[in-house]
Design a binder for this molecule. Structure first.
Ligand code: SF4
Ligand code: SF4
Length: 341
């Protein structure tokens, strides 16, 4: 259980609700919205499979039965052993999710994914226009490989939910509703999730990034993008296969209208998140201090109960950035409380 030093009320509020293992920084694509491929972040200093398993086994005792372990990256399927970890999670009763660009999913990989017991996979697809999707992903042929990946997943992974994840950019704006329609009419796909545009990964923090060199990603016409989000909400209400929460899409509208203004009425909720980097560092939010490393300790309870973790929580609840983690990764509506001790 979470720490003895904390009150029951506080423990309940900070109980982990989200865990993402950013299992590798490596990727074969060159996306316009991600500069991981431009930075030499590749490292051999990764945790071992046994160290990941120790961490996951330890986490099991702290979280709810239906807790989801998210595997992200880089391209998560590039990490050798990721499906072994998925199987381990399944044995422990976790649900699992892999975010993938689809490049590696051929027939053999789809069969391995089926065997692993993966609960859900989300493929990034930003447009049905092959040229637009390939342009955004930076590599010719991505779109076609992804379409084949969907066929293979649908054929072999009968127990895995297949999702599409699409970010709303200026370039693909006119294709967002057709994409939602396509998913809805596609028997091979279970759902589509939308994400808000963010400053590209691995670029120096710029709090007004949408005005700078990456501004080409930002939808210029805020009235138009809000109408499209309203239409998505309407379609969702009528039972279309649109995932995520209504409150998240509502927050996107606030963000598109005024990206500087914090979208929440209360606080950032990432004090309930656990992130593990590709080298094993443990964070609540990547913006703040490293709290430990899974290569050195598997005692996540001790880490979450530390004074250092509490100091980070105090930074999180006063942070006002509309960042990727808040808007896209672990969106929850506003809590009916402020986190204070
Ligand atoms: S966004 Fe994803 S697929 Fe694209 S380069 Fe980054 S890690 Fe790879
Ligand atoms: S709003 Fe701030 S504290 Fe919260 S996830 Fe974003 S950067 Fe981290």
């Amino acid at each position: 259980m979470l720490g003895e030093n904390l009150s029951e009320d506080y423990k309940e509020k900070i109980a982990p609700g989200f865990c993402c293992l950013a299992i590798t920084e490596k990727c074969m694509l060159k996306c316009k919205m991600c500069h991981k491929w431009q930075v030499d972040t590749f490292t051999e200093n990764t945790p071992s499979i046994a160290q990941y398993k120790n961490f996951l086994a330890n986490l099991r005792g702290l979280v709810s039965d239906d807790f989801i372990i998210h595997f992200g990256g880089g391209e998560a399927l590039l990490f050798e052993g990721v499906l072994d970890l998925v199987s381990f999670c399944a044995e422990k009763g976790f649900r699992t999710n892999i975010a993938s660009n689809g490049w590696l999913i051929d027939e053999e990989m789809a069969m391995q994914i089926a065997d692993s017991g993966l609960t859900e996979i989300n493929l990034s697809l930003d447009s049905l226009d092959e040229d637009v999707d390939d342009y955004l992903r930076g590599v010719k042929g991505v779109y076609r490989r992804k379409m084949k990946a969907i066929d293979f997943l649908s054929k072999y992974c009968k127990n895995t939910r297949i999702g599409i994840c699409s970010a709303i950019y200026d370039l693909n704006l006119d294709g967002i509703l057709p994409l939602a329609d396509w998913v809805n009419n596609n028997d091979k796909i279970d759902s589509i999730f939308f994400m808000a545009p963010m400053q590209p990964n691995n670029t120096p923090l710029d709090k007004t990034w949408w005005r700078g060199q990456y501004g080409f990603l930002w939808p210029k016409d805020s009235a138009k993008v809000c109408l499209i989000v309203d239409k998505l909400l309407e379609l969702k209400a009528s039972g279309r296969k649109i995932g995520g929460q209504n409150s998240q899409l509502e927050a996107f509208k606030l963000y598109f209208r005024c990206p500087e203004k914090f979208v929440k009425k209360t606080q950032c909720n990432l004090f309930r998140a656990i992130h593990v980097s590709a080298v094993g560092d443990i964070f609540l939010c990547f913006r703040w201090e490293i709290l430990g490393n899974i290569k050195k300790t598997d005692d996540i309870n001790h880490i979450l109960n530390s004074e250092q973790a509490d100091a980070v929580r105090q930074k999180i609840v006063t942070c006002r950035d509309n960042c990727h983690f808040l808007l896209n990764c672990f969106f929850e509506g506003d809590y009916p409380f402020f986190l204070d001790k």
